[in-house]
Design a protein. Structure first.
Length: 182
């Protein structure tokens, strides 16, 4: 099986005294990705001295529409505070797609050609930036500039994986430079 690594969540603030933490879920399949016994790769935020590089899911539960998790390697409140901000990654089958047709894995989007609504080639998707509020597509334009486009339906109305392209509802200053900047 050919696998890829995807971001499934970020550890948030501690909940209680016994190592339980809130999870900022970044997957449409949290029950599957955070099943007890699952080992996730842990990526510390820049500047962190946390030594954890993987965590094993001990238990999960939903509380007020928030996913709470306990990890074997995080036994108490002190360790839970230290784990805050860890980005969690899971291995998935590369041929698999998310269950939601409007969800995509990073590897499916990187390399897609970007066009505006009139069919003018804008550039190519080079990376995704996972932000707190929304994800951003990095598009390298034909003239070598990197631009960030919020990955929302209003600005990226078409994702055509078989066709190898996306459509961007370009606005002046989004991908195409403002007239005074050109």
């Amino acid at each position: 099986m050919n696998t890829i690594e995807v971001v499934v969540g970020r550890i948030g603030k501690p909940h209680g005294l016994r190592g339980e933490v809130s999870i900022d879920v970044r997957t449409d399949e949290p029950d599957r990705r955070f099943a007890p016994g699952t080992v996730l790769r842990a990526e510390p935020p820049k500047g962190s001295t946390n030594p954890l590089r993987s965590v094993t899911v001990q238990s999960v539960r939903w509380h007020s529409s928030r996913l709470l998790a306990r990890f074997v390697e995080v036994p108490g409140r002190t360790e839970a505070e230290a784990a805050r901000g860890l980005l969690l990654h899971a291995d998935v089958d590369a041929s698999e797609s998310p269950a939601d047709p409007d969800e995509f894995y990073d590897h499916q989007l990187i390399g897609l050609a970007a066009y505006d609504e009139e069919g003018v080639h804008l550039g190519e998707v080079t990376t995704l930036v996972h932000g707190g509020a929304q994800d951003l597509l990095t598009i390298r334009t034909s003239d070598g500039r990197d631009t960030l486009v919020p990955f929302v339906k209003a600005l990226v109305p078409v994702v055509d994986l078989p066709g190898g392209r996306i459509v961007v509802a370009d606005r002046p200053g989004l991908v195409t430079p403002l007239p005074e900047d050109a």
